[in-house]
Design a protein around this ligand. Structure first.
Ligand SMILES: NC(=O)C1=CN([C@@H]2O[C@H](COP(=O)(O)OP(=O)(O)OC[C@H]3O[C@@H](n4cnc5c(N)ncnc54)[C@H](O)[C@@H]3O)[C@@H](O)[C@H]2O)C=CC1
Ligand SMILES: O=C(CO)COP(=O)(O)O
Length: 344
């Protein structure tokens, strides 16, 4: 077990993991961006802004000093929004050491580069850090439930099996069960694209389409996510795993999901800007819709649900119009054997 972990980003997810891991005996340092936030958490032992009602154990060290956080451990977990990851890691780069393992907790695809989070980390940190020491931790894990110690499962992915297992061991507790995987691109595409489908599920809830429509979005959603993943080199089975169907189900069904909640407001008639103005926390699905839409175009992948979400969010199209378009597409086959056998 990695004795100590540094978590960068004292938002909902970073704080929840810090609480959970500290309660499980790890030595945890939580880095907060603003010194006033770090001080308030140190003094009150609550993070009311991002994770209200959860007490932060006294042994979680809270700092806004990057150097102090970097020196505190050899395992760095990054819980900052995906579009800010690159600039944040640039500021960490002077502090990197070759024995560090860096894990992205952020789920998303960078807008301009269309890189996944591990690719952004590689882009910034290699060669100072070996590529094998970069990983991600994704899966169905709402912060509110992890902070309360409710049973949760996630997947640690890295190109090196040994590093995937090192991350697994570092985060595994009796209430947070971690699986290891080496299909990094599969885990990242599953864990990121699910936020687009969460917005679709929320729109469906807001309009009031019902349970059948929601089940269709989850099922046909994983089909289109898998198509993109396979084109990018992912393994088919990853999409039946925790960062595939697992993450998709939780986000489309949960009361906690911010992306689903944002979609619900849009389905009920709000404009994207209005829905975003009501949110304090990041809803990764908005930016990820742009990236996934662009990736699908680049690789000529049919992603009709993503396309529909894109049109509603960015081109002012009505949810009813897009649903009609989805329902009246030409007739398709589902999982015909010759096509399934072509998959990896
Ligand atoms: N909340 C959840 O249940 C889960 C969230 N995630 C992922 O974790 C990532 C973070 O999510 P949350 O903690 O929920 O978001 P949040 O909105 O609650 O917190 C974001 C944190 O990032 C910090 N931040 C913003 N811009 C920054 C910058 N330029 N540099 C450094 N720090 C910056 C903020 O101060 C804040 O502490 C997202 O990618 C999300 O998809 C993954 C699993 C669960
Ligand atoms: O990724 C998450 C849970 O696994 C959090 O994202 P949402 O809050 O949109 O569901």
């Amino acid at each position: 077990m990695s004795a100590s972990i540094t978590i960068y980003g004292a938002g909902s997810w970073g704080t929840a993991l810090a609480v959970h891991l500290a309660q499980s005996g790890r030595s945890v340092t939580l880095w907060a961006r603003r010194s006033d936030q770090a001080r308030a958490i140190r003094e009150n032992r609550y993070n009311d802004e991002y994770l209200p009602g959860i007490e932060i154990p006294a042994d979680v060290r809270v700092t806004s000093d990057l150097k102090e956080a970097a020196q505190a451990s050899n395992l760095w977990a990054l819980a900052v929004p995906s579009q800010q990851l690159r600039s944040f890691v640039m500021s960490l780069k002077p502090l990197i050491r070759p024995d560090i393992v860096v894990v992205s907790l952020a789920k998303g695809i960078e807008n301009d580069s269309l890189m996944t989070m591990s690719q952004v980390l590689e882009d910034v940190l290699v060669p100072q850090l070996d590529r094998s020491r970069i990983g991600v931790l994704y899966g169905p894990s709402h912060a509110e439930e992890v902070a309360e110690g409710r049973p949760t499962t996630v997947v640690a992915a890295a190109h090196s099996p040994a590093v995937a297992e090192e991350i697994q061991e570092a985060f595994m507790t009796d209430r947070l069960r971690v699986y290891a995987n080496t299909d990094v691109i599969g885990v990242e595409i599953g864990g990121s694209a699910k936020n687009v489908l969460a917005i679709a599920a929320g729109i469906s809830d807001g309009v009031g389409y019902g349970d059948n429509a929601k089940a269709a979005l989850v099922t046909r959603g994983i089909a289109e996510i898998k198509r993109l993943g396979l084109a990018l080199g992912a393994k088919s089975m990853t999409f039946a795993g925790l960062a595939g169907i697992g993450d998709l189900v939780v986000t489309c069904m949960s009361q906690h999901s911010r992306n689903r909640g944002l979609g619900e407001q849009i389905g009920a008639g709000k404009k994207l800007e209005e829905a975003l103005a009501d949110m304090h926390m990041v809803a990764e699905g908005v930016k990820t819709t742009q990236s996934i839409h662009d990736l699908a175009q680049r690789h000529h992948i049919e992603m009709p649900i993503t396309e529909a979400v894109y049109e509603v969010l960015f081109n002012d199209r009505r949810p009813h119009e897009m649903m009609e378009k989805l329902m009246t597409r030409s007739a398709k086959r589902e999982n015909w054997l010759p096509e399934v056998l072509q998959e990896r």
